[in-house]
Design a protein around this ligand. Structure first.
Ligand code: BG6
Length: 506
């Protein structure tokens, strides 16, 4: 791992869920892998009044409680802990920023460390005021090193607020200092979509409307909203998952080849693709989108209460926990090819994948195989879990007759490569420290995403959902999502039941 420049990382929202579950573990990972410079420090900030020691205790407790608990006696852990400190304060008041100025100044004098990385991991409603305060306190300027800012999604809540937030952040920071993070872009398998498409000659001739019938993009989760009800009630599945993660998967699958791998060459093509997706009219929203909310059910053998009964959720909440959309791309390559996208909480299994379905062969030479019609070719890019790629094709069935059967060729990351894959957040944090924006979202990209999503949100707001809840926890989602694709003569791939997600009695 390439070691990054020395810097001070200041996290806004340091006592929150994201810092505990993703940021600190990713920083610990970088620390262990040698990505963090020895004089790189982490300052947490938040409203909770904590001393450095109390903050470290909380981090210790979170790490001990994690899925893969950390051994607190490991010297690795002890040196990491020394990097952590805490400054209490309200991020919407001046006091916190004067304390930060003083702290950064003294670090500059003592250690000579001048680079600064601000990480905004607070609810998005606070982002604007944090950025403005950083500007007012002159913390965005640095004549002795670099200063960068990472902003979490959702980036605003619609086209207008997204533009407004961009205006504010671009007033305070230069565009090359702004890192709008979408952690899906840090996933190895998401980056592999680019390699698979543009590192192989055999795909390009068939990667278009002449050969492809439709594309499915799924991000199914078994988890519910957990302790994030306040965030989720405001955000819903459309803004939480589709605006960013799923549109990113779609652009990487559908964009034109870039002229190079630098940040602008890649992002230019992604923006071009998003601009080819015409925003839907209110009528099209009724025809091409489905929203859902889970009711009671069973996930992984455990009973699940309805979304409306989750702590912190309104008993008559209209928030969608499931979305399915039939997206269209108006360009030469994709005219007429549906890109079906779906995501949901509390579904049968955890599964994120892109499945590309090819057209049937023009002549049905082998179509009368006895058991069933021959499946057209398909390519599944499995993002998680069980990362890999499978290609479905026809093979001769052993025996006298010339009969075909559908088989699959498999590539599995776990079987082909040894060693741990870096987590998405570790990859992206290291990119920020190296100043590489390639895997981050550019200003015009955020704008183009909101142009597509805002009309859907507005059409839904004008017609509150009447049939919520409309799918059982532990199912594949609402029936209306099947109807959405069946209209085009297509079907969703079943959300595979992994063993761990099977109810006990199945
Ligand atoms: C986050 C969403 O961005 O992505 C969560 O806010 C969601 O609601 C998560 O659970 C999914 O990420 P992953 O990496 O588990 O697929």
């Amino acid at each position: 791992m390439r070691e990054a420049d020395p810097c001070t990382i200041i996290i806004f929202g340091a006592t929150g869920d994201l810092t505990r579950r993703k940021l600190l573990p990713a920083l610990y990972e970088l620390h262990g892998a040698g990505g963090m410079n020895r004089s790189c420090d982490i300052i947490g900030t938040g409203r909770t009044p904590l001393t450095d020691e109390r903050f470290r205790e909380r981090v210790r407790a979170a790490f001990a409680d994690a899925k893969a608990p950390v051994d607190m006696n490991d010297p690795q852990w002890r040196t990491f802990e020394q990097r952590l400190s805490y400054i209490p304060g309200d991020p919407s008041e001046a006091g916190l920023y004067s304390r930060l100025v003083a702290e950064l100044q003294s670090r500059r004098n003592e250690v000579g460390n001048s680079n600064c990385l601000f990480y905004v991991a607070t609810p998005s409603s606070l982002a604007r005021s944090i950025i403005e305060w950083l500007g007012a306190a002159n913390l965005s300027k640095n004549d002795r090193g670099w200063t960068r800012i990472v902003i979490e999604k959702p980036f605003g809540h619609d086209l207008q607020s997204g533009r407004e937030l961009n205006r504010v952040v671009n007033d305070v920071f230069a565009e090359d200092a702004i890192f709008r993070i979408d952690h899906y872009l840090g996933k190895e398998t998401v980056q592999n979509i680019l390699v698979f498409r543009f590192g192989n000659t055999m795909l390009e001739p068939v990667w278009n409307r002449n050969y492809i019938d439709y594309v499915e993009i799924t991000a199914a989760e078994t988890l519910g909203v957990g302790s994030r009800a306040a965030f989720y009630e405001e955000t819903g599945a459309l803004r939480d998952m589709v605006t960013n993660h799923l549109l990113q998967l779609l652009t990487l699958t559908a964009m034109e080849p870039p002229v190079g791998l630098d940040a602008d060459a890649l992002r230019d093509q992604k923006v071009q693709l998003l601009r080819a997706m015409r925003p839907m009219t209110a009528y099209e929203v009724t025809q091409r989108t489905v929203r859902g909310q889970y009711g009671a059910g069973t996930v992984g053998g455990q009973p699940v209460v309805p979304y409306r009964a989750e702590p912190g959720v309104q008993p008559n909440s209209d928030t969608e926990t499931y979305v399915a959309i039939d997206f269209r791309i108006d360009n030469w390559r994709w005219e007429g090819v549906p890109f079906y996208v779906r995501t949901g909480k509390c579904l049968a299994s955890q599964q994120t994948e892109v499945v590309v379905h090819f057209k049937r062969t023009p002549q049905a030479l082998f179509a009368r195989a006895p058991e069933k019609d021959l499946e057209p070719n398909q390519i599944a890019l499995r993002i998680q879990p069980d990362e890999g790629i499978s290609i479905g094709f026809a093979a001769k069935r052993p025996g006298d007759a010339l009969r075909a059967i559908a088989v699959e060729a498999e590539f599995s990351y776990a079987e082909s490569f040894e060693g741990r894959v870096p987590s998405a957040y570790a990859t992206l944090l290291l990119d920020v420290m190296h100043g590489d924006p390639t895997r981050f979202t550019r200003r015009d990209e955020v704008d183009a995403e909101w142009r597509i999503i805002t009309p859907i949100k507005e059409a839904w707001a004008s017609q509150p959902a009447r049939r919520f809840p409309n799918y059982a926890a532990g199912s594949d989602g609402p029936d209306s999502a099947n109807a959405l694709v069946e209209r085009g003569g297509h079907s969703w791939s079943p959300i595979a039941r992994q063993r761990s997600a099977l109810p006990d009695d199945e």
